[in-house]
Design a protein around this ligand. Structure first.
Ligand code: NAD
Length: 562
């Protein structure tokens, strides 16, 4: 029994009874209230459930067992996803109990990579609605539509326009699987209450003509709105949701870069919001780097970084490392000089300034153009090589050996997802450096054995960071989410990696401890909110306890008819 689950039993002792004004099938059909076969006899009589479910009263542990038995009989990942989402729509308490007890096994199904497949087939596997859709044809009515949502309190909204779902491109309205998956992780990892989450699809159309021609596609069948129309639609949405829920946190997710960066700039100081692809990715990568520096004993400011790829992940990571270097005393401009970004056109340099996307400009080097990664590695002699290019195999043996000829313990992060797009495999990185590499990847890799020693590659999964940051921000009703909050989140995460884990090459802690990780991060984020004058609650004496007390635990609460 996991420690998180043990805590539920303790909590249960002084659990208040929940007054219910529904009866019978109305309760069974409400996933937030349903206990299925778990209703005790007393509640079956009191709430008119007697006879509507089989006579055996089943414990939640046995219900978990049944779900997992059925899950393991499924023959492919998409079926496993459908099985879990069906449970999500039937009985949320059981769904989160299952998820929390099998977090390692199930997150790749409810989130990346399998959620990508689910999004591709979203219209075809659709069963039941979840979340809200704000479509271009509804413009002018968002303020009224928002009142259709039944809950008066919402803590977190995750919103996408489906324009670049994972590595799969424009999936339009099918991208709804992403906000649903991310919010499931919020509940499982950070204990946000399920009823206080709201997945949102901002349906501005799709440029994916296969979807426009798919009879089962559920979104708007026209090309995407752009420019002013797009901006006005986002603005109408933000105004509508913040009018009804003034303290809500909005997480922007999987928007194309031409919208992701400007949206973040527009709203980050005005509303409580962040972009996980940029800031969350930045913090999780920084945490891995800080863990690696615990091994080498060096400072962040001494590092030289080459990035393969210069998209939202690259710039998000680079910006976060720059914040870390600034914390160590460097000024921003000095810090930026230690970054060399290499994209599909070669090294990002001042020579290309006229054609560079705005987010890359701060990292344009004044050196001459170079179009070979190997050559950049030769000239820069990096201490860290970060892959965020979706170019499988781009970190060749030659590149890695060249890097190692200058540094004893090279840091290599092959972050591109899915596994098939990773810049190198864990096995290659460990073998080519004779075990000297400090390695992390975006997708999971199995442990590697070299000369009898086992190395465990770390996975820089965003779920280490965003749930804790979100929990912290909403727990203290912060006015905004700042870069310092992501910085402390990264620092806290790296400090939670044990000496034993570092010994075997792990740069991230065990995912099984995710609730403890999220609560520690949340407490650290709250402290920053107080220091920066952004918190809107009275300062709690013990921040960690305060945060933990507010976390949802998936157990059946006793009901009482009213
Ligand atoms: P993006 O599309 O914004 O950026 C991709 C970048 O790669 C672009 O700058 C592009 O120019 C560059 N590129 C393309 N071909 C190249 C080539 N041949 N050589 C060099 N550069 C090339 O994508 P993104 O959001 O930045 O994500 C990039 C990758 O990082 C994805 O695979 C994503 O799954 C992964 N990612 C991982 C994590 C994580 O591990 N926690 C988080 C976020 C993103």
């Amino acid at each position: 029994m996991s420690s998180a689950i043990k805590r539920h039993h303790i909590d249960l002792l002084d659990e208040p009874v929940l007054p219910i004004n529904k009866r019978g099938t109305e309760i069974l059909r409400d996933p937030l209230l349903n206990k299925g076969t778990g209703f005790p006899d007393s509640e079956r009589d009191e709430l008119g459930i007697r006879g509507l479910v089989p006579p055996q009263v089943v414990s939640i542990d046995d219900q978990v067992q049944r779900v997992m038995d059925n899950y393991r009989r499924k023959t492919n990942d998409l079926e496993r996803y459908i099985h879990l989402e069906a449970l999500h729509d039937r009985n949320e308490t059981l769904y989160y109990r299952v998820l929390l007890e099998h977090i390692d096994e199930l997150t790749p199904i409810i989130y990346t990579p399998v959620v990508g497949q689910a999004c591709q087939y979203f219209g075809h596997i659709y069963r039941r609605t979840r979340g809200m859709y704000f479509a271009s044809s509804n413009r002018g009515y968002f303020k009224e539509m928002v009142n259709n949502w039944p809950e008066d309190e919402i803590d977190i909204i995750v919103i996408t326009d489906g324009s670049r779902i994972l590595g799969l491109g424009d999936l339009g309205s099918n991208g709804m699987g992403i906000p649903i998956g991310k919010l499931s992780l919020y509940v499982a990892c950070a204990g946000i209450y399920p009823c206080k989450t709201l997945p949102v699809m901002l349906d501005v159309g799709t440029n994916n003509h296969d979807l426009q021609n798919d009879i089962l596609y559920l979104g708007e069948k026209h090309n995407r709105l752009t420019g002013r129309e797009f901006d006005e639609m986002v603005e109408e949405f933000v105004n509508a949701v913040t009018k009804r829920w003034p303290k809500v946190l909005i997480q922007f997710e999987d928007f194309t870069n031409d919208h992701a960066f400007p949206l973040l700039e527009r709203y980050r100081n005005r509303n409580l919001c962040f972009n996980d692809d940029i800031q969350g990715t930045g913090a999780v990568a920084l945490a891995g780097i800080l863990s690696a520096l615990r091994v080498t004993g060096q400072s962040l400011s001494e590092q030289r970084f080459i990035f393969l790829g210069a998209g939202s992940a690259a710039v998000g990571i680079a910006d976060m490392i720059v914040s870390g270097m600034v914390e160590e005393g460097l000024c921003e401009n000095e810090a930026r000089k230690q970054f060399w970004l290499f994209d599909s056109q070669g090294l990002v340099t001042q020579n290309r300034i006229d054609k560079l996307a705005v987010h890359k400009i701060p990292y344009a080097q004044s050196s001459k153009s170079i179009d070979s990664l190997l050559e950049v590695v030769r000239q820069v002699k990096p201490t860290a090589l970060i892959g965020v290019s979706k170019q499988a195999g781009a970190f060749t043996e030659e590149v890695i050996k060249e890097m190692q000829s200058h540094v004893r313990r090279p840091l290599i992060m092959a972050l591109s997802n899915p596994t098939s797009k990773s810049e190198c495999t864990a096995e290659q990185a460990f073998k080519w450096t004779a075990g000297k590499v400090l390695f992390a990847s975006g997708s999971p890799f199995a442990p590697v054995t070299i000369e009898g020693k086992v190395y465990v590659p770390g996975q820089g999964n965003n779920m280490y960071i965003f749930p804790g940051v979100g929990l912290g921000a909403v727990s203290c009703h912060s006015r905004s989410v700042t870069d310092s909050m992501f910085y402390v989140a990264a620092k806290t995460l790296s400090e939670l990696v044990t000496r034993e884990e570092l010994e075997v090459g792990k740069l991230y802690p065990d995912l099984k401890t995710i609730r403890e990780i999220s609560s520690q991060i949340a407490a650290a984020v709250c402290k920053v909110a107080f220091e920066e004058g952004l918190a809107q609650i009275e300062r709690p004496e013990n921040m960690l306890e305060y945060v933990k007390e507010r976390m949802y635990q998936p157990h059946y609460v006793p009901y009482k008819a009213v």
